[in-house]
Design a protein around this ligand. Structure first.
Ligand SMILES: [Zn+2]
Ligand SMILES: [Zn+2]
Length: 362
């Protein structure tokens, strides 16, 4: 493709409207690079990005894996990668200059691949739903084992990076021997099962609905010890039974359900931790704050991950690749990027063939 001098991209040109366009391939300088995209994972955020009434036109796709097509000498040295390497790209591009960056905290001037940069900012190729993506200076790029399937990496690297932080000390803070409850068996919940076991959890309980059967089974393949089917039994009663009345040391809420914030608070034992990545901005969502105060619960809101999670995710991806391969259940070509987002959006799964992870392979 590089020979033609252009790259095709799926461009969001208005709310719910994605159209193919071509952009010239940029020349690489000393501190940047060009990625030949192999696979872009689609996640729940893309449903919201596609429907947003602003930032047009732009290229979506923020869970991006590909091969380095061209790279400057400084970037190659700083990032530890070379042309031809299979890499995963963190969506955040930090400024490196603000006080947050300099103190090792949150960047106040961050930009995000597949999300925040419109195509009228050169060189336009700022998202993974394209044949090529531009890798700006200060990108965070992680070399992957060359034997891993690019689709598997595109589907699972990003959920694993999040899970490393959401299950780790910043979030649910799972310690060896702990019981952890994971609310929601989507890709994020499944990745969390892997990380919880890697951190030494004695018991991982995955909670979903009857319609999530294939996802719940996948979670058990990857570390969950018990399934609770929340529309058939009380989650609190089930966890009480599975823990001899002690309840959970920690809870990760990645369900997206309205009731999950409240359920999480009832599942966690005194002094335990809750990591919540489900949005709370809908009417009717209850957070029982006084219960949480009396139990001295540590409650952490979770969003994305730190760059330090990426190398850990690469190791976990390699260790579990053969089990994750079949969990990329849907792969779409670039022309069907919108259908790929539909597949996630309509994940009201009919039994059996519910999507687990969806990727676009440009
Ligand atoms: Zn995502
Ligand atoms: Zn910054």
């Amino acid at each position: 493709m590089a020979d033609s001098g252009v790259s095709r991209a799926a461009v969001l040109t208005g709310a719910m409207r994605i159209e193919l366009a071509e952009f010239p391939l940029p020349q690489v300088s000393h501190d940047d690079a060009l990625l030949a995209v192999a696979a872009s994972g689609i996640c729940g955020s893309d449903i919201h990005y596609r429907a947003e009434p602003d930032i047009y036109p732009r290229v979506l796709g923020h869970e991006v894996v590909g091969r380095i097509a061209a790279i400057g000498d400084t970037a190659a040295r700083n990032w530890g990668v070379d042309a031809g390497d299979l890499v995963a790209v963190e969506s955040e591009i930090t400024c490196g200059l603000c006080r947050g960056c300099l103190r090792g905290g949150y960047c106040t001037g961050a930009r995000y691949y597949g999300c925040s940069i419109p195509v009228d900012v050169a060189p336009s190729l700022w998202g993974g739903l394209a044949q090529h993506m531009y890798l700006a200076p200060r990108s965070v790029v992680t070399r992957l084992d060359p034997g891993i399937s690019a689709a598997t990496a595109g589907g699972w690297f990003s959920p694993l990076t999040n899970a490393v932080d959401w299950i780790g000390p910043l979030g649910a803070d799972v310690q060896p021997g702990d019981t952890v409850v994971i609310l929601g068996p989507g890709p994020q919940g499944i990745a969390a099962c892997i990380v919880a076991k890697a951190r030494g959890a004695a018991q991982v309980i995955i909670v979903g609905l009857r319609r999530d059967e294939s996802r719940l089974r996948a979670a058990c393949e990857l570390g969950a010890d018990h399934i609770v089917v929340a529309d058939e039994e009380s989650t609190v009663e089930a966890v009480r039974r599975l823990t001899d009345g002690e309840l959970a040391d920690s809870v990760l809420d990645v369900s997206g359900a309205d009731s999950s914030a409240e359920v999480a608070a009832h599942l966690v034992k005194r002094g335990g931790a809750i990591a919540a990545a489900s949005p709370l901005n809908r009417p009717g969502i209850v957070l029982p704050v006084s219960d949480m105060v009396m139990k001295q619960v540590r409650w952490h809101g979770m969003r994305s991950n730190r760059a330090s999670a990426a190398p850990v995710a690469a190791l976990l991806l390699k260790a579990h690749a053969s089990k994750l391969d079949p969990l990329v259940t849907h792969a779409f070509p670039l022309e069907q990027s919108s259908a790929a987002i539909d597949a996630i959006a309509s994940a009201a799964p009919t039994a059996g063939n519910a999507p687990i992870k969806v990727v676009v392979c440009p």
